[in-house]
Design a protein around this ligand. Sequence first.
Ligand code: CA
Length: 352
Amino acid sequence: MKKKLVYLLSAITLSSVSLPAFSADAPIRWKLAETWPKGLPIYSEGTHEFAERVKELSDGRLIITIDSANKHKAPLGIFDFVKSGQYEMGHSASYYWKGKDVNTLFFTTMPFGMITAERFAWYYYGGGAELAQKVYGQYGITQYPGGNGGNQMGGWFKKEINSLEDIKSLKMRIPGFAGEVMAKVGATVVNIPPGELYTALERNTIDSLEWVEPAMDLRMGFHKIAPYYYTSWHEPGSGLQYMVNDKAFNELPKDLQSILKTAMKESAFEISTRMTHEHSENWEKIKQEYPNIEIKTFPPEVMDALKAANQELIADLEAQGGLTAEIIQSQREYLRKVRNWTSISDKAYLNN
Ligand code: CA
């Protein structure tokens, strides 16, 4: 009898205490799958900071757990995970889904395309977000910018490239659309898993490769065996992405939707900024350790051939019409306009 009274009293006490309406609810728990291995600097660290930020901003009402590639075993399965709802969110790069839908290609980077600032401007103000919605909406996914790695280096080469003939005898690891461009000008293009790249380069299975930029390149060690570091043409501003399952998002209270979007935008800024920082730090280290590394740019005849091959491949895609042509035309027109500005501002300044 006494025990029963205690229960009754505690129930009364609890119900009479004034607490915010949500505190009685259990937190909403989401899972995010990322392409990256656990602990990958900047990218994986960035997604973990994002999850912490969502927890903090939502006062613990939305908890996001992150599964890295080591856990889910499918680094290139993120699109399907988010589409099916197995994971509410993902962090990856849009061009990995080209084989599923060619229109996803354009939301990471394109050879001779926009640099980072230009791409962000196109996405937020130049129609990019609306076009991404048309592409990803078909799959019940919304994608948001998830950081940008900046202007990627053209790669590490064991031999100097002095002519188009040199490209024709080149065996290079360069994936994606840029690989198609390189193949069109005569290079032998191969794809090799990241873990085997160093050995392949060391044993001359390949004589060049592109990876990222110093922030990611330093730990790969390519500079120890390939002395020529070429400047970019193929990934002038590689954007990462957050993907969110639409059904899960629509079930969130409005304020949590807003918190999620804000935290993704903040994360994109954090990752982009940290990439710039780490590129400069790591390039300093590479130069100190290996002062004989030479920075090279392809000679004009090679650049011209790459530009022509790129234009032909883009024209083939544009000929497909529909949404593909719409995205290509949007990017082309935006680049024309924004580059006019970049040329008389940053480019002119840097040429001083
Ligand atoms: Ca790359």
